[in-house]
Each structure stands twice: as structure tokens, then as C-alpha cells.
Write a protein that binds this ligand. Structure first.
Ligand SMILES: Nc1ncnc2c1ncn2[C@@H]1O[C@H](COP(=O)(O)OP(=O)(O)O)[C@@H](O)[C@H]1O
Ligand SMILES: [Mg+2]
Length: 276
């Protein structure tokens, strides 16, 4: 069983995905990386049936993922980049609704939700309203919700972006369990340590698949994840990073001062500086 993208192209005002052809296998953890805006979220949305490809198809076990409505097939579960939690419900309720929506009886759903929160060490937060939680705690609630339903296809969009190293390791171990029970697990990520923990790695750049990387062999490269990401880096990542502008203390004119901060979200994709 596998999730296949067959020559998927997606065009809105411009081409966001360009002839992407790949296969995510059951039982494996697959990393999908690439700079911000390269199309990872768009790809997961098409792969999970939320969005229809302009041309080409996404299918699981031979069945089309797009069902004509934007509702994913029941075998699909998402961990969304923006969490998709209901702020005024408790953490437990947010997880439980995913189970109830799949026909699990409320009492059983609550019990399974509790167990799912415990997988991510946040059982003690079950009664708290989600809007009171920190970003990292919300991210773990979203993971509990995505993983509690035993989906055959699990699509996780940057699921460790707000987590410290310990919690990242915990999440990777839980994602591995999902693959081990036979699920297709796809993880969009910026994080080389997450790529490193996966069995397979695809890289997107401006909507195109850069390379088809075979299972990572740690013995061949000191830093395989860095090598792959460097190869994927578009030319502008080779350029020198502009030094931070020296700003004089502003005269107290009473006018608001606009200070531009350099965006550093893609630091992981830059080559390390060689002039040391
Ligand atoms: N509905 C849309 N209409 C126009 N542009 C979009 C739409 N959705 C996403 N984009 C753009 O598509 C590109 C890819 O976005 P995305 O898939 O979110 O990338 P990533 O997840 O890799 O950061 C970005 O430039 C984004 O601004
Ligand atoms: Mg994204």
C-alpha cells in the first residue's frame, strides 16, 4: 500500500506544484523538506484530499484522494501546521471530537483522547482550554488528535516546529510507532534532525521535486541531511547574508519608527559560512 502522487501540478495564480511524481510507502517515515514557500503544505493538502490538483492525481491503494468535496478520505489524518484546534474547547475535547467524528462513542472517545494526550506527556492538560496553552503544548494536542485515530495515512505538517529537543524526540518516536503499525507517515519539516530520523527524504524547491533520495545511509556521509538540503538550496541561498543594519538611536520625534528585522526562518537551508 502506498500514497502516490502521479504528475501532480497545482496552479493558482502561478504554478505552486510542478509535475510532482512520487510515492509514500506504508511502514515508512518520509520527510518532505524545502525552503519556506516551496510547496510542502500545498503538496500535503493535495496528497490528503483537501485540495484538487490542477492536473495529475493523488491516490492511496489505487483510490483517488480527491473526493470532490475537500473532505479527506476516512483513512487520512492530518496534523496541521496551524494546529486547527478549537480554542474554547479543552485539550481532551479537541482530541475526542476527532474520534467522535469517526463514530467512536463519546465515553470511549474521551478515554482514547486521554490516552493520546498521555502519549505526548500532556495528560495533565486535558481539562485546560486550548487557548490557554503555549504553542508547544498546542502542537502536542494537535499531534494527539492526529495520531489517536489510527489512520492509514498520516500527514504531519511541521509537527515539531515549536518543540524542544526532548519533545521532538518523543514525537519522532510516536511517529515511528505509527509507521511500524503499517501507516504511511509523511512529515513536512525544516529540521535536519527530523529528516535524519526518517527512512526517506524528498526535497521541494519552488514547487518542483529536487531529488529522489534513497533511504538515508548514515555511514556514507557525515551529515547526510545537510548534504541533501544544500543540494536542494536554490541559488539565492548561496549569497552572503546581509549584515544587520546599524541603526542609530532614533531621535525622539514622536513618529513611529519601523525597524525591519531580517527573516531568519530559513537559516537551516543556508550553507555554513566558509570564511572563518
Ligand atoms: N491559495 C493560494 N493562492 C496563491 N498562492 C498560494 C496559495 N496557497 C499557497 N500559496 C503560495 O504557494 C507557495 C507554497 O506555499 P506552501 O505550500 O504553504 O509552502 P511551504 O509549506 O513549503 O512553506 C507560497 O508561495 C504560498 O504563498
Ligand atoms: Mg507549510
Amino acid at each position: 500500500m502506498s500514497l502516490k502522487l502521479d504528475h501532480v501540478t497545482y496552479v493558482v495564480s502561478r504554478t505552486l506544484l510542478d509535475d510532482v511524481d512520487l510515492e509514500f510507502k506504508a511502514g515508512e517515515l518520509t520527510a518532505l523538506s524545502g525552503p519556506s514557500g516551496s510547496g510542502k503544505t500545498t503538496l500535503l493538502s493535495i496528497a490528503g484530499g483537501l485540495v484538487e490538483a490542477t492536473s495529475g492525481t493523488a491516490s492511496y491503494a489505487g483510490e483517488s484522494m480527491w473526493q470532490g468535496t475537500g473532505d479527506p478520505r476516512p483513512e487520512v489524518s492530518f496534523v496541521l501546521q496551524v494546529y486547527g484546534l478549537v480554542p474554547i474547547l479543552s485539550a481532551r475535547e479537541n482530541v475526542s471530537v476527532a474520534l467522535r467524528a469517526r463514530g467512536v462513542k463519546p465515553a470511549d472517545a474521551d478515554e482514547r483522547a486521554e490516552a493520546a494526550l498521555a502519549r505526548f506527556h500532556i495528560a495533565d492538560l486535558g481539562d485546560r482550554q486550548v487557548e490557554e496553552l503555549s504553542g508547544g503544548q498546542m502542537q502536542r494536542v494537535a499531534l494527539a488528535r492526529g495520531l489517536c485515530v489510527d489512520a492509514q495515512v498520516l500527514l504531519a505538517d511541521e509537527p515539531t516546529s515549536e518543540l524542544d529537543e526532548g519533545n521532538r524526540g518523543l514525537v519522532l518516536a510516536e511517529l515511528r510507532k505509527e509507521a511500524d503499525r503499517g501507516a504511511v507517515v509523511v512529515v513536512a519539516t525544516h529540521d535536519p534532525a527530523v529528516v535524519d530520523a526518517c527512512d526517506r527524504h524528498y526535497v521541494l524547491d519552488e514547487g518542483k521535486l529536487v531529488d529522489h533520495i534513497e533511504p538515508i545511509d548514515l555511514h556514507h556521509f557525515d551529515h547526510p541531511e545537510r548534504r541533501i538540503i544544500e543540494e536542494a538550496a536554490p541559488p539565492h541561498f548561496d549569497e552572503e547574508v546581509a549584515p544587520e543594519p546599524v541603526t542609530e538611536p532614533a531621535e525622539p520625534t514622536g513618529e513611529p519608527v519601523l525597524v525591519e528585522t531580517p527573516a531568519d526562518a530559513d537559516a537551516a537551508f543556508r550553507r555554513p559560512s566558509t570564511d572563518s
